[in-house]
Design a protein around this ligand. Structure first.
Ligand SMILES: Cc1cc2nc3c(=O)[nH]c(=O)nc-3n(C[C@H](O)[C@H](O)[C@H](O)COP(=O)(O)OP(=O)(O)OC[C@H]3O[C@@H](n4cnc5c(N)ncnc54)[C@H](O)[C@@H]3O)c2cc1C
Length: 281
């Protein structure tokens, strides 16, 4: 299967992992060819505007992403599905299913098309899925300790990452969530310390995670850092690690997963384009 594989997927089950995290298990014949690429792999999900079948062009046989994107954008806006990016929490190869964890942000579970769809989705509901694709362009050198930092949107990818590390590896995680009820239990083989940072009533912003990481002693030896979450927080964390802690830029993988007060439909900001230019190999 090429990296650009599209299929319609169906809700098998939906359950709350924590009060603000809903896990949906998807199945469908198209997932028979799902080939995992990395622990933090992402998929594009397509939500139709009228609740029917999402109108998504099939990827070209040569896998040209730009050409596919142009044909997607050529679908008239009133029919073009909402496209949102999510991580694969778990691929259940034997059942041809994938689990995706949706943060229930906003009132009544969701204030965007993806989160509100997930809040209400029942068994049998259908959306489109394109992927998987790799989320981060930088990968860890063998023998490095791992540092993962992110908010609740990064939990599925961080969980999949730490559960993929072999015994003997060392990882430290800083995860920002609202409160203790949003903490999750993972099942790593590696030596993993998870530090939960509680936001409480405070708005999203870089301060809590940056302060937590600034106060932390990093594992000894070379460190590979993986950062994801709200874009301005990810930028501030990266600056701290590179400018203040002296990590090499190539040892820091980072992705802004969402933007405060902006939907995923809106084009990248100047700061994001600058980050993107910096991350390309
Ligand atoms: C590579 C990648 C992997 C991702 N993996 C996951 C994942 O596994 N699980 C997951 O839940 N999200 C994940 N995200 C983030 C997710 O794509 C965004 O949160 C997305 O904006 C949600 O779409 P929506 O339709 O619910 O809201 P949108 O229509 O995009 O936004 C509506 C409003 O909600 C706000 N908003 C969006 N997300 C949040 C949030 N988390 N908290 C508070 N306010 C928010 C926006 O600022 C906007 O004001 C990932 C993003 C990327 C790029």
């Amino acid at each position: 299967m090429s990296e650009l594989s599209y299929s319609e997927v169906y809700v098998i089950s939906s359950e709350l992992v924590t009060p603000h995290m809903r896990r949906i298990t998807f199945g469908g014949p198209g997932l028979a060819g799902f080939r995992p690429l990395a622990p933090d792999q992402q998929v594009k999900l397509f939500f139709s505007r009228d609740g029917g079948r999402p109108e998504v062009p099939l990827p070209p046989p040569d896998g040209d992403k730009m050409r596919w994107y142009q044909s997607f954008m050529a679908v008239p806006e009133e029919r073009r599905p909402w496209m949102r990016t999510y991580s694969v929490r778990r691929h259940l190869a034997d059942r041809q299913q994938v689990e995706i964890d949706f943060v229930m942000h906003g009132e009544n579970g969701g204030d965007g098309p993806a989160s509100s769809w997930a809040a209400a989705a029942r068994a049998g509901a259908m959306i489109g899925l394109l992927g998987p694709a790799i989320s981060h362009f930088r990968t860890a050198e063998p023998g490095t300790s791992k540092l993962f930092v992110g908010d609740e949107t990064a939990l599925p990818a961080m969980a999949a990452w730490v559960e993929s590390l072999p015994a003997g590896e060392r990882a430290v995680v800083f995860a920002e969530v609202v409160d203790a009820r949003e903490e999750q239990s993972w099942e790593p083989l590696a030596d993993v310390t998870v530090n939960w940072v509680h936001r409480g009533d405070r708005p999203h912003g870089p301060d809590l995670l940056v302060e937590a990481v600034r106060a932390a002693e990093l594992p000894p030896g070379p460190v590979f850092a993986w950062l994801a979450g709200e874009a301005s927080t990810v930028r501030a964390l990266r600056r701290h690690l590179v400018d203040e802690r002296g990590l090499e830029k190539r040892s820091v993988a980072f992705t802004g997963y969402w933007r405060a007060n902006m939907t995923q439909d809106e084009p990248p900001t100047a700061a994001e384009l600058e980050d993107h230019a910096d991350v390309l190999p």
